[in-house]
Write a protein that binds this ligand. Structure first.
Ligand code: HGY
Ligand code: MN
Ligand code: MN
Ligand code: MN
Length: 414
């Protein structure tokens, strides 16, 4: 392909400027972002992204989950589009690049093709998936999950945030309920550029992660029932201590993960005590265990062991124990042909690269259920993410976007 020469590259300054402009919307308190899904800040970020895309000549479609699809026509209107995207929503204390890099890199690919007057056979669709993070409305990757047929629209619309607001209500409130049936679109291929959110690429001094797989995940929500009582006057032997049970379960999850090395992780990011008063033993403790590993058998064995041992811990303390799986996907193998095109692009462009298994989950995991899909990763400083101090370099962003441009062009056919 003549167009795929060594010097075919994006404009890294323009990409970086767009990242910095988007980062001004929904600022955090420590230099990052709090642009949680379906908040007013999310709506503002959506409008900015839409305006940039329309300036680049793209036409927008929105589905009933609020996912945004911005289309650049191809020369063959019958050819299925090549999708390229990620997510603009962030964690409450999120970084400026998690998800955002992939969406704005998709736009930069289009802007570059416009600059060069390159037309592709397949249309290109830049995508902003709604609610990837799952921080406000669990589970993560909710909209792409509905798109892939993993969740029903009713299930998704009924998901509640900590204030009891539902996804459906909030999507309507911000005015982003689209007309398109979710999942009606068919993809020729799907690409997602994302920061690694781990330490490997930086430690190995590699510019590009050629992502071959993504590890699988279970989110197990435990509801423990104790007895509210005075923390001062209640003798130790009369306590029904749900808080203690939670602590022992957290310790056990750590043990299970450590006994499944290499490759497994396990932990808890969110705990809610009720009534959450300093001098009241909790009557109820709700928390979510997050376990992940690339090995499916190991993933399911870890889940079974954690649920069994949690029940034993609670029984010994007289605490009630209920558990619900609120998030799950099996380990994902990305499309070998697309993975090869990413690797070839990195080689053609002269970027150092290595194969990588994604530690974090991404919309690409669900896209891979309905189309050939793959990911490209760039390093992040100290491997830090889901932290306002998340940082990347302009060079890393540029290199990742160059590889995305080449891989998309090869697949969309110039
Ligand atoms: O949880 C995840 O892996 C992603 O950040 N939503
Ligand atoms: Mn992400
Ligand atoms: Mn994230
Ligand atoms: Mn499964």
């Amino acid at each position: 392909m003549a167009a795929l020469g060594q010097n075919l590259r994006i404009n890294p300054d323009r990409l970086w400027d767009s990242l910095m402009d988007m980062a001004k919307i929904g600022p955090g308190i420590a230099g990052g972002n709090n642009r949680q899904t379906l908040t007013d800040a999310d709506a503002e970020g959506r409008r900015l992204f839409q305006s940039w895309c329309e300036d680049a000549g793209l036409t927008m479609g929105v589905d009933r989950m609020g996912t945004m699809f911005l289309t650049r026509p191809g020369t063959d209107p019958d050819a299925l589009p090549v999708y390229v995207g990620s997510h603009l929503d962030t964690q409450p204390t999120g970084g400026k690049y998690d998800g955002v890099l992939g969406v704005l890199a998709g736009l930069e690919v289009v802007r570059t093709l416009n600059d060069l007057g390159i037309r592709t056979k397949h249309p290109i669709v830049v995508t902003n998936w709604a609610n990837e993070e799952g921080a406000r409305f669990a589970p993560a990757m909710l909209a792409s999950g509905v798109f892939a047929g993993v969740h029903s629209l009713d299930y998704a619309y009924g998901r509640k945030d900590p204030d009891g607001k539902t996804y459906g209500e909030e999507l309507k409130r911000i005015g982003w309920v689209g007309e398109e049936e979710v999942g009606a679109r068919k993809m020729h291929a799907y690409f997602e550029l994302h920061i690694e959110q781990g330490p490997i690429l930086e430690a190995e001094t590699k510019q590009i992660g050629v992502v071959t797989h993504c590890q699988g995940l279970w989110w197990l929500e435990f509801t423990l029932t104790g007895r509210e009582a005075h923390t001062g006057s209640t003798p130790m032997n009369l306590r029904v201590n749900a808080g203690l049970a939670m602590a022992r379960i957290m310790e056990m999850v750590q043990t299970v993960a450590m006994e499944n090395q290499p490759g497994a992780v396990g932990g808890v990011g969110q705990v809610n005590f009720s009534p959450n008063s300093r001098n009241v033993l909790p009557g109820k403790v709700v928390f979510t265990v997050d376990i992940r590993t690339p090995d499916l058998a190991k993933l399911n064995a870890m889940r079974a062991r954690i649920e069994k041992e949690a029940a034993e811990i609670c029984e010994a303390l007289g605490v009630g124990c209920a558990v619900e799986a609120v998030g799950h996907f099996d380990p994902v193998t990305f499309d070998p042909k697309l993975v090869a095109s990413v690797r070839a692009a990195a080689e053609r462009l002269g970027y150092s690269h290595m194969n990588l298994i994604s530690g974090a989950g991404h919309d690409a995991c669900w896209a891979a259920k309905v189309a050939p899909a793959t990911m490209i990763m760039c390093p992040c400083v100290g491997g830090l993410s889901h932290n306002e101090a998340e940082e990347i370099s302009k060079d890393w962003a540029g290199a990742g976007c160059d590889v995305l441009l080449h891989a998309v062009l090869e697949t969309a056919e110039v």
